[in-house]
Design a binder for this molecule. Structure first.
Ligand code: AMP
Length: 218
């Protein structure tokens, strides 16, 4: 049983690392951003409500997010652990999660806080590309696909998230500083925070996370 939270600014590499841990430990990666983007794509009620916020770089309301997470964590595949990627993002979300949101008042093993200096974030996010079909992440500088604009894994086309454009990135970073940064202290006090330097090679970061998690399993 392993329950993890990935914390960090947009573009810190939460999704990339969460995906790797998910594959290695066979744990579901619960990304609220992915769930919201799927909802927007399929034009559901949730998607319609969330779309404007996402495109402007604002956070979606706590109420909506808490509903999504509650529903997702109740599913069978989450009963043996999970990785939260992009949740919680506000103190209210964290408190709700600590309260009764997660089944059996789940105790989090680690909150992995991936730290990247802000000037690097802009470069990272503006070069980011995502597969339209399988969601695999790429980067024009750091992780180019073998064939331009084509996903190595499934052969579909890549796209740039609308919220990865400059003005939106600036707003997302502001939201991060104002709403999410306080979570670092919150989890520090609970003794579960582990900070990882995210300004390194992807593989090296994975290795450090792996070392940490293997200690957990032993
Ligand atoms: P992400 O893919 O994690 O960067 O999320 C993309 C966007 O979805 C964010 O900029 C928010 O608008 C919204 N979002 C995702 N997760 C949350 C959350 N936990 N709380 C509020 N909004 C969220």
């Amino acid at each position: 049983m392993m329950r993890l939270i990935f914390l960090g600014a947009p573009g810190a590499g939460k999704g990339t690392q969460a995906q790797r841990v998910s594959a290695k430990y066979s744990l579901p990666q619960v990304s609220t951003g992915d769930i919201l983007r799927d909802a927007v794509k399929s034009n559901t009620e949730l998607g319609k409500k969330a779309q404007g916020f996402i495109q402007k770089g604002f956070l979606v309301s706590d109420e909506i997010i808490l509903g999504i997470v509650k529903e997702r964590l109740a599913k069978d595949d989450c009963q043996k652990g999970y990785i939260l990627d992009g949740f919680p993002r506000t103190i209210i979300q964290a408190q709700a999660f600590n309260g009764n949101l997660s089944q059996s008042r789940a105790k989090i093993d680690y909150v992995l806080n991936i730290e990247v200096p802000e000037d690097k974030i802009l470069e990272r996010l503006s070069g980011r590309r995502v597969c339209t079909k399988c969601g695999e992440g790429y980067h024009l500088i750091f992780k180019n696909p073998l064939k331009e604009n084509i996903c190595d894994k499934c052969g579909s086309g890549l796209y740039q998230r609308k919220d990865d454009q400059k003005e939106t990135i600036i707003e997302r970073l502001r939201q991060y500083r104002e709403q999410t940064l306080p979570l670092i202290d919150y989890y520090k006090k609970q003794n579960v925070l582990r900070t990882i330097n995210g300004d390194e090679q992807i593989d090296l970061i994975s290795k450090k996370i792996d070392d940490l998690l293997s200690g957990l399993r032993a």
